[in-house]
Design a protein around this ligand. Structure first.
Ligand code: FEO
Ligand code: CA
Ligand code: CA
Ligand code: CA
Length: 598
């Protein structure tokens, strides 16, 4: 029966009903503002946004396109201010340029797209009167990182032959970052950013390793290879080996070169989130967002130092260069016959089991060791998917965001969907991925042995099997289904200050728009899922951040509906009819100024 009494602390709001409104819908009693839109100037000298006169030079000083991951870092000494860091995953040229011709893009359009990718760091401040969050343009910490910013490669593969190109014979310097999806904030005050679907930018590939990463054999969709030969694999075969990493940015040092950490492997990193071991070493979790791909963790061997001096920061920026990268192998505890692919619970009442972290490569200051037969350490770091194949890692239903709960240490893995599960010759359902043709996804809860972040063994259970609660093939940690919101395609996860899990969705298959949900992970309300907001037409909900008094979301790719263009938009959010659709960051707060959901 449905428990009596109030929802868990932090989740006491009236849920937003599923809907298809072209706006951000929040619970009764809550207010919102658009913090920052694509094209708003953030650097000194950047012009105001003008969609019809956009230039690459303007874009390089303005907020980029398709905001995804968000981080907020403290800014000591400046009251009411924080540093907002955002990813700009990719560009939607048909929604950016009037009359865009995909077969024949202009150089200016391509260079605008390069400048619209990457990252933004921008100082924001709280309006004490009304709770809104606004940008501080031209602050000295504001920064744009784009597809042409200088980066350092670090870790075992840095300097290896696999990473050398005609422009960079050292194999240690690379221009730009691409397809930064989700990410994480480190305890040492930097941000991590996952380079995800980098394959789409490269043309004319053909090696077996390229195929495993989905890098195409013909022209690329955006035709960048016509304007810079590094995107043409036939001409510059190693450039593509320099994307697909976890990127680290020091938002407090705008002149520093961001790093790409090869020790954390090369795959379609959805994001990267950190938990410290009891003795202060970093453990980083990361999923490879592809159907039937794997999830990983990196266990660092160096301890984080406290303090803000230059030497301390330099030390902490090297933490992800030494340690061991592992991939996950999961085993169910119910007989395989009881997993029939429909989502029906096995006789023990849970999809659950055990697992192990299989070591792939260890990086040390004295040298690097591969644990994969037939592959060198460099190869494991650059062709990590192939290493996972060799050791028999578990093929998952698109591992998206993975994040440890700071309250409990339990790790939540969003598995967004996999409509190919059990279809044709593809791998059939197993206890960890229990539905064939899985279109709504699920969330796995992982408990490291002894709750130690560096354990090599773990237990797991499916916390949530998504879909319409009226669908018998759904599960909400055992909570009565008549009392939860419908959810489909969990993508990003976050935690509020009370330890509740917040989930944003991408690609809702239930006929309503994507949104943000909160769910209790502990106590008698465990599994009570409630929808907090919905996003506009065509948009995905990204980057959720849930603070005491404010929720932030990145509204990504609003208006991205097949066939939509600037001339024929599917959405006119956030500025209304006649205005170009713009991805933007939204802040939500309680009108009476009290904490979210209490
Ligand atoms: Fe960029 Fe896996 O979402
Ligand atoms: Ca079981
Ligand atoms: Ca994502
Ligand atoms: Ca996604």
């Amino acid at each position: 029966p449905r428990p009596k009494g109030k929802a868990a602390r932090g989740l006491r709001f009236t849920p937003v009903a599923p809907n298809t409104a072209d706006t951000v819908t929040v619970p009764a009693g809550y207010s919102q503002n658009v913090v920052l839109r694509w094209g708003e100037p953030i650097l000194r000298g950047a012009p105001a946004f003008d969609a019809d006169r956009q230039t690459a030079a303007a874009q390089a000083g303005q907020f980029g396109y398709n905001n995804d991951f968000l981080a907020l870092l403290p800014l000591p000494g400046e009251r009411g201010r924080q540093v907002l860091v955002a990813n700009h995953e990719y560009t939607d040229e048909v929604l950016m340029f009037r009359g865009y011709d995909a077969a024949d893009p202009t150089r200016e359009q391509v260079e605008i797209a390069w400048a619209a990718h990457g990252l933004s760091a921008v100082v924001v401040e709280e309006n004490k009167k009304n709770g809104a969050l606004t940008v501080v343009p031209r602050h000295h910490l504001n920064r744009r990182v784009t597809a042409t910013t200088g980066f350092r490669l670090t870790g075992p593969a840095a300097g290896s032959d696999l990473l050398k190109t005609s422009a960079d014979p050292t194999g240690r310097k690379v221009l730009g970052t691409l397809n930064n999806c989700s990410g994480g904030t480190t305890p040492w005050g930097t941000t991590l950013h996952g380079e995800e679907n980098f394959n789409q930018y490269f043309a004319n590939a053909g090696r077996a390793t390229d195929k495993r990463y989905g890098i195409g054999t013909g022209a690329s969709e955006r035709k960048w290879e016509r304007f810079d030969k590094r995107f043409d694999v036939a001409q510059e075969p190693n450039e593509v080996h320099r994307f697909g990493y976890v990127v680290e940015l020091d938002p407090y040092d705008p002149s520093s070169a961001p790093r790409k950490h090869t020790a954390l492997g090369r795959f379609k990193h959805e994001g990267a989130t950190v938990r410290l071991t009891h003795d202060g070493r970093p453990v980083v979790y990361s999923g490879d967002d592809e159907r039937f791909d794997y999830f990983y963790k990196f266990v660092g061997s160096k301890r984080m130092k406290h303090g803000s001096g230059r030497a301390v920061r330099e030390h902490n920026l090297s933490l992800l260069d030494e340690g061991t990268l592992y991939v996950a192998r999961l085993t169910g505890d119910s007989p395989a016959l009881e997993i029939d692919g429909t989502g029906k619970l096995p006789a023990d009442g849970e999809f659950d089991g055990g697992g192990e972290w299989i070591a792939l490569v260890t990086a040390t200051a004295k040298g690097d060791v591969s644990h994969v037969e037939g592959m060198t350490a460099d190869e494991v770091c650059v062709f990590t998917r192939l290493a996972g194949d060799k050791v028999g890692a578990t093929k998952m239903d698109r591992p998206e965001d993975i994040e440890p709960n700071p309250h409990s240490g339990k790790v939540y893995v969003a598995l967004t969907n996999n409509t190919n599960r059990g279809v044709g010759t593809n791998a059939p359902a197993d206890e960890a991925n229990p539905r064939n043709a899985n279109k709504h996804g699920h969330i796995l809860e992982l408990t490291e042995r002894w709750n130690r972040a560096d354990s090599t063994k773990f237990a797991w259970t499916l916390f949530l099997v998504a879909g319409d609660p009226e669908d018998p093939a759904t599960y909400f940690a055992g909570f009565p289904k008549e009392a939860v919101s419908p959810i489909s395609c969990p993508d990003n996860v976050a935690f509020d200050p009370h330890g509740n899990l917040w989930i944003s969705t991408d690609g809702n298959q239930l006929g309503s728009h994507d949104g943000l949900f909160g769910v209790a992970t502990r106590g008698e309300r465990r599994g009570e899922l409630k929808q907090f907001l919905t996003v506009p037409t065509g948009a995905e909900t990204c980057g959720p951040l849930v603070q005491d008094r404010r929720v932030l979301v990145a509204v990504q790719h609003p208006g991205e509906i097949s066939g939509a263009t600037v001339e024929k938009p599917a959405s006119t959010w956030p500025d209304g009819p006649g205005k170009i659709v713009r991805p933007a960051v939204v802040a939500v707060w309680r009108r009476d100024g009290s904490d979210i959901g209490v």
